[in-house]
Ligand binder design. Structure first.
Ligand SMILES: [Zn+2]
Length: 195
């Protein structure tokens, strides 16, 4: 781990909106089995850590450099969309679903789930959707993220804000209304008196 100032941590943040996505401790360093015909693995320095990355090509011939990340960022930083599918998965035994930035909704990579059924059953649909089955790990595209040093207190504030955007919005509006009400009443009574 990077030696640094107290109260600061290394993060991978969204390249589009700088929202904190992956804390350095959430990176998975170990080499993992990947589909050899469409991907290969290599070691790379990410946030001063030597980790295994995967250069993988999808069904549309797009190549991505992907890093594996613990599932702890689910809901906090990353949102998963749709039902997992095992079709063209880079990691044997794992089905994938799309993963997006919680803040700007930009596509960042994929969420990987253990395959629910043996492959012998043809056309078998995954019984559970992304919200109910157990997430194993994320595979996130390195070029869609940036390295950043952030204060822990700043990160906590950012996450707290995302957790309760409506609550905060409505309470601000309520206090604004409360502050304006006497002024409005004074104004209205003056108007009435003038007429
Ligand atoms: Zn974002």
């Amino acid at each position: 781990m990077a030696a640094g100032d107290k109260g600061q941590s290394s993060w991978l943040v969204c390249a589009a909106c700088t929202y904190p996505l992956v804390r350095v401790e959430e990176l998975i360093e170990e080499k993992f089995e990947c589909r050899k015909d469409v991907s290969w693995s290599y070691e790379l320095d990410v946030m001063e850590q030597q980790i295994w990355c995967y250069s993988a090509t999808n069904a549309h011939d797009h190549r991505f450099d992907v890093v594996r990340v613990l599932p702890t960022g689910l809901s906090r930083s990353l949102a998963v969309e749709g039902k997992p599918t095992a079709e063209f998965s880079w990691f044997p035994g794992f089905a994938w679903a799309m993963a997006h930035c919680c803040h700007c909704n930009r596509h960042l990579g994929w969420a990987f789930y253990p395959e629910a059924r043996p492959t012998s059953e043809e056309h078998s649909e995954q019984p559970a959707d992304a919200s109910t089955s157990e997430l194993a790990f994320f595979g996130l595209v390195l070029t869609k993220m940036r390295e950043s040093r952030l204060h822990d207190s700043t990160v906590e504030d950012i996450f707290a804000r995302l957790r309760s955007p409506q609550q905060q919005g409505s309470s601000t509006l309520r206090s604004l209304r409360q502050a304006l009400r006497p002024m409005l009443l004074t104004y209205l009574s003056r108007q009435l008196a003038a007429n």
